[in-house]
Design a protein around this ligand. Structure first.
Ligand SMILES: Cc1cc2nc3c(=O)[nH]c(=O)nc-3n(C[C@H](O)[C@H](O)[C@H](O)COP(=O)(O)OP(=O)(O)OC[C@H]3O[C@@H](n4cnc5c(N)ncnc54)[C@H](O)[C@@H]3O)c2cc1C
Length: 419
């Protein structure tokens, strides 16, 4: 039996093992990652027949249970983290446990609303994927994303919010004046009001064979769980703050970090404190006006090609690790087309942004009002954080948006009472 947290055994370039590592890291759960290199190790340590055993990766939990090739949901269930909703009805249901959703949960629960948060992966959202947030108020030395998330989760739970992880909202409607959302497993969550805080998803590069290398050397995001395993030459694609933080983090472990930046200079896209540290690092190379153009390797990533757009020449460099931090696209694919109005990029329109838009009479005919601030095109459905049209994409603004959305929920509930 393993005494502390979990031990995870798997192959070095296994996407399944990466997903489990990412989930455990973001959840702040202690674990040891053991890379299996020989059949003998696989038999001796993981209890499987060899390196080609399809039951890998194997997760050994301190309680003694052994999970063969678990999904995230299997792992969450084994850790007793997955529980269904406790109540049939809530005052407030929140989708997404990033900074916006967690902040809404803290304010909702502390202000007396029976609150549930549904999170498709682990708490923390994008913030949970970074090893250091330096500009969040109150943390002069910075704080890791998962620590911030874990503190917020504890705070929300202490105040009475219920948090359900590895459950995903996939659609919603209004039924008898309640917002009713459907989860992947068919369960429904009924609430007086709902906040959508589903954030953004990493944008893809659109390169040939991108899927093939995903988790096998190619990763989206800042790779907080991976940094200490990447020793050689690491490529980071992107020139924003998340790419900058990733470059600094990887430079602590890797021999060399190359940043491929589309623009002319880092200073246009990066906070100055990060730009200065990156420029001062002898391990970080910045290639501006450069784009990643190809991924190569038999089973996993072995090299990348990139183009210098000012000279037009293309190069290839050996690497086992490329991290893509090129921003994101809003997660609103779950909204039934037509029910939820978004801007052309898919961000949710709310409040005054909806003036002049045609609101569905199906939802709005009982109401003789326009959507209130932060309310989307369905009455009682609010949006907060990165997923909302025209918001500043930062932790503090997302947290502020979550808090503000709760005050709009109170306004909505008061209107409803008077109905
Ligand atoms: C690597 C990186 C570093 C960053 N560093 C900084 C920084 O230093 N300072 C700063 O201010 N900002 C930083 N940011 C930006 C900041 O993290 C985001 O602006 C912030 O996390 C947005 O919060 P959010 O709650 O709106 O959305 P997100 O953080 O995107 O959270 C959304 C959550 O919703 C969940 N979700 C999505 N769809 C569903 C669904 N259908 N059902 C249930 N759950 C769902 C997702 O899994 C996710 O957990 C960084 C971002 C990244 C990627």
């Amino acid at each position: 039996m393993y005494q502390k947290g979990a031990r995870l055994f798997g192959l070095p370039k296994s996407p399944e093992a990466y997903e489990l590592r990412d989930f455990l890291t973001r959840s702040g759960f202690p674990f040891e990652w053991v890379e299996l290199k020989t059949d003998n190790d696989a038999r001796r340590l993981a209890g499987v027949t060899g390196l080609d055993d399809p039951r890998l990766p194997v997760c050994l939990l301190e309680r003694g249970s052994v999970l063969f090739r678990p999904t995230i949901r299997d792992l969450a269930a084994a850790l007793d983290w997955f529980r269904g909703p406790k109540h049939e009805q809530y005052d407030l249901a929140i989708y997404g446990a990033g900074p916006a959703g967690l902040s809404a949960a803290v304010y909702g629960a502390s202000e007396g609303l029976r609150t549930v948060v549904i999170e498709r992966f682990a708490v923390g959202g994008q913030a949970g994927s970074t090893n250091r947030i330096e500009n969040y108020l109150g943390f002069p030395d910075g704080i890791s994303g998962w620590e911030l998330a874990s503190r917020a989760r504890q705070q929300a739970q202490r105040l009475g919010a219920e948090i359900i992880v590895t459950a995903e909202g996939v659609g919603g409607e209004i039924r008898d004046g309640w917002t009713v959302s459907r989860l992947t497993d068919g369960q429904e969550i009924t609430a007086r009001a709902t906040i959508c805080a589903t954030g953004v998803e990493y944008a893809r590069l659109g390169l040939l064979d991108e899927e093939k290398y995903l988790g096998r050397g190619l990763f989206y995001g800042a790779g907080a769980s991976e940094a200490k395993h990447c020793k050689g030459h690491v490529f980071i694609v992107g020139g924003g703050n998340s790419a900058g933080q990733a470059a600094l983090n990887f430079s602590r472990f890797a021999d060399k970090v190359t940043m491929l930046v589309r623009g002319d200079s880092l200073k246009d896209t990066l906070s100055s404190y990060l730009a200065e540290r990156i420029e001062a690092s002898s391990k970080i190379e910045i290639l501006t006006k450069s784009t990643l153009t190809g991924l190569h390797g038999r089973e996993s990533l072995e090299s990348v090609s990139y183009r210098d757009n000012s000279r037009g020449d293309e190069r290839e460099a050996p690497t086992n690790s490329a991290f893509i931090c090129i921003g994101g696209v809003p997660r609103t694919d779950w909204a039934k087309p037509g029910t939820l109005l978004t801007d052309s990029a898919g961000y949710i329109l709310t409040g005054d942004d909806l003036i002049g838009e045609s609101l569905s009479p199906l939802y709005w005919s009982p109401w003789s009002r326009n959507p209130i601030k932060m309310e989307a095109s369905m009455p009682g459905l609010f949006a907060a954080g990165d997923v909302r049209h025209n918001t500043v994409k930062r932790c503090a603004t997302a947290a502020g948006d979550g808090a503000a959305a709760v005050s709009m929920v109170h306004q909505f509930l008061a209107l409803k009472k008077r109905e």
